[in-house]
Design a protein around this ligand. Sequence first.
Ligand code: SAM
Length: 283
Amino acid sequence: MAKQERRPSRKNGSSGSASSGHKHKKQFGQNFLNNPQIIRQIVASIRPQADDHLVEIGPGEAALTAPLLEVVRKMDIIEIDNDLIGPLTKKFGSNPAFHLHHTDALSFDYATLLGENEETLRVVGNLPYNISSPLLFHLLEYAEHIKDMHFMLQKEVVDRICAAPGSKTFGRLSVMMQYACETEYLFTVGPENFTPPPKVDSAIVRLLPYRQKPFVAANETDFAEVVKQAFSQKRKTLRNTLKGWLDGEAIESLGIDPGDRAESLSVAQFVALANLYTQKKGQ
Ligand code: SAM
């Protein structure tokens, strides 16, 4: 049986239907994988092991769920769409590894899934693109409990997650993800591999949360705020965006040019700026 954690209240507007008769819902980002070759490639990248405790966000009609469930000892599955709960339960309800949560992945407390002597979860999903950034930020709050994450996202979002400083796509998402995780662009997936096809390319990303971060912010809330502030007006220099937070002289004391823009800074430099801000705030 599915656990009913909260009755999701989002409106159901449908766009097209699958051969199963399921009506795809745009507001839930329902583009279902239809190519067995791509599904095999994703599963091979995840490399599921018999001892794994997996969490899948958005199983849909179980394109990834079915092959993963064949391997792992436990799988928690989080699905918001009421119409998918019955079919999923019917298909897998008798499998002791299968645990379905009918709830919103954006507000779910992932720490509750850990058993008494369990340390980490592996999280996977072909994510609903309309909520991917807030979902990634929410998952980062549980990074200490997560061994790795494999996600299908819009290619443009994966490009941003993996971007290097100085590149056009480097932004707040790049800094926040790279602060907490090692990021790896795995491969691109074209629209023809989904039903219905999305308008853009997709890509698979691997995220490995650091057990020991290479650069540590003294106060992670300050770090997140400094990064947000620095990228708040992309065309402006740090001297302008950080006005009232750190003056030009303070920025220069870290060997950073206050005339630079946020997109040219490394994660280490953002940590240095945030730590100086935390220190000055406490004075
Ligand atoms: N895994 C399936 C596949 O690859 O074919 C479906 C992927 S589809 C892109 C996204 C899935 O996430 C859908 O099943 C959708 O109903 C579900 N979903 C959307 N928003 C959600 C939310 N906030 N919480 C949990 N599931 C959600």
